[in-house]
Design a protein. Structure first.
Length: 124
């Protein structure tokens, strides 16, 4: 028996938040995931974090922007964008070192998020 996919009008609407992070040590995708989920659960709790539907779509290392600089895209539910925007600046420490995250922009699709906000030389 084949599973049926939900029609588009019943699916939850998504938004893509583009962020930039600067740290004293290099960060990997798994580190970014743990930082974001940890900060979200501290700020909004487990129930609030699960309502956001967070998913780290892509993370790029950006040596042309500065040492230990990363950019990435996070997917979340449309109604929880403001809650996610509140989470991003609260990330300040990782393994005892300073890190800083900020939001570059929000988009409705991954393609427009990359073209508008991600400035990488090797993507051009």
């Amino acid at each position: 028996m084949k599973l049926k996919i939900l029609p588009t009008n019943l699916r939850e609407k998504k938004r893509y938040l583009v962020f930039q992070g600067i740290s004293e040590i290099p960060l990997e995708r798994e580190d970014v995931i743990s930082l974001i989920l940890g900060a979200a659960s501290e700020l909004h709790g487990s129930c609030g974090t699960s309502r956001m539907g967070l998913w780290v779509v892509k993370v790029w290392n950006c040596p042309d922007l500065g040492i230990n600089t990363i950019q990435g895209i996070i997917r979340c539910n449309r109604d929880e964008v403001d809650a996610l925007r509140a989470v991003i600046p609260t990330i300040t420490k990782f393994r005892g070192m300073k890190v800083g995250f900020h939001t570059l922009g929000i988009s409705g699709t991954i393609k427009s998020a990359i073209t508008k906000f991600i400035k990488l030389k090797h993507l051009d």
